[in-house]
Design a protein around this ligand. Structure first.
Ligand SMILES: Cc1cc2nc3c(=O)[nH]c(=O)nc-3n(C[C@H](O)[C@H](O)[C@H](O)COP(=O)(O)OP(=O)(O)OC[C@H]3O[C@@H](n4cnc5c(N)ncnc54)[C@H](O)[C@@H]3O)c2cc1C
Length: 341
């Protein structure tokens, strides 16, 4: 296997794959990820249209993958319907199974892939040394796109990883009759659930819950039964919905703490730079947008138009300008929507 690359990307989720597609037009790119494609991933699967044009420029037309166009929103709590709204930009309902696979197929036209896990990245004489379970590789620039939390966050002693996070998430696809153009949010004690359709007509139920609320119940079905059904709309959902998978997927320790978009000389993209509260329906678009931003600066750096330090400063400044206020509003909104009154 080749050992030297222009760019190595740790993590082949949405952010890593997007960066791989853009950067592999000009450079030798390697993406390292321990999982194979396609795969289901934790996500509400509502993709904001804000990245549609950029994805088209990369040769990905999401409208070809899904005709579930969502431009209406409703929010309930308990037995009350609190808010309905039209979404000005709107979004597409698309499963991560299909979207990540499409990006992967595009990326591998020009980028190399390695099925492995990155354990460490160090800088030696202006070159990065990337250590995986089975290889030692080298790159002029490394981008970290390892998602919400990974062993690299521990390695780099990032402050958010030192704190315990109370959030866990559950996702499952169902057969259920609901309008194509609607995304619903339903709040209950300690969390909220999103419902919307994906490309094959299945409905994705994806919810977030505070561990404090969850720990009194022994498992996910019991929690669904006892807590989610306290919301009238979710009670109706569980009465009629037919599960498509044998069991749900779940993850814990989801952190919404502030992170840095640059660590040392490494660029962080997607959730690795910051995770927005899921109710904003914006995380995927931010992952893709941050990958575009980082790829533009890496291109300028590798073409010797700017120095590496300028690249890091420009990315960090632009990232904050673009995303910091969204993340802040997301935190406020989540507090307000989860407040019992
Ligand atoms: C409950 C919930 C609901 C959500 N709903 C929505 C929604 O409806 N709409 C929306 O836009 N966003 C939503 N989001 C956010 C969205 O899912 C994320 O923002 C998005 O997945 C970020 O993509 P990413 O590429 O940064 O990370 P990921 O897609 O998680 O990819 C990270 C990749 O890194 C790999 N990796 C990890 N560690 C290593 C390592 N050491 N070496 C190599 N590879 C590694 C993993 O295998 C993975 O493939 C939701 C999030 C949650 C938690």
């Amino acid at each position: 296997m080749k050992k030297n690359f222009d760019v190595i990307i740790a993590g082949g989720g949405l952010a890593g794959l997007t960066a791989a597609i853009q950067l592999s037009q000009h450079f030798n790119v390697l993406v390292i990820d321990p999982d194979t494609y396609p795969r289901h991933k934790m996500c509400g699967e509502y993709l904001s249209m804000e990245v549609n044009l950029y994805l088209k420029s990369l040769g990905i037309n999401v409208n070809d993958l899904s005709d579930v166009e969502i431009d209406n929103f409703s929010f309930t709590r308990g037995s009350r319907s609190i808010k309905t709204a039209t979404l000005p930009l709107g979004g597409i309902g698309i499963s991560r199974y299909s979207l990540d696979l499409e990006l992967y197929n595009k990326a591998r036209e020009k980028a190399d892939f390695l099925l492995d896990r990155v354990f460490d990245v160090t800088l030696i004489d202006n070159h990065f040394k990337v250590i995986t379970s089975n290889h030692v590789l080298f790159a002029k620039q490394v981008i970290i796109a390892t998602g919400k939390r990974s062993l690299l966050d521990k390695k780099f002693a990032r402050p958010f990883i030192q704190k315990k996070s109370p959030w866990l998430a559950v996702k499952m696809h169902y057969k259920f009759d609901m309008p194509n153009d609607l995304v619903e949010l339903h709040a209950y004690k300690g969390g909220y659930a999103g419902l919307s359709k994906v490309e094959n007509g299945n409905v994705n139920l994806c919810y977030l819950v505070n561990y404090k609320s969850f720990k009194d119940y022994k498992d996910i079905p019991t929690f669904n039964n006892k807590v989610l059904t306290q919301n009238r709309a979710l009670k109706e959902f569980f009465k009629n919905a037919i599960p498509v998978w044998e069991k749900p997927i779940s993850i814990s320790q989801i952190s919404f703490e502030q992170k840095e978009p640059v660590e040392g000389k490494l660029l962080m993209i997607g959730d690795t730079a910051g995770l927005i509260h899921p109710l904003c329906g914006n995380g995927m678009a931010m992952a893709i947008h941050s990958a575009q931003m980082a790829s533009n600066y890496v291109t300028q750096y590798l073409h010797n138009h700017i120095t590496q330090d300028q690249m890091l400063i420009n990315y960090s400044t632009n990232w904050r300008k673009t995303f910091s206020s969204r993340l802040r509003y997301g935190r406020w909104l989540q507090k307000i929507l989860l407040h019992k009154t």
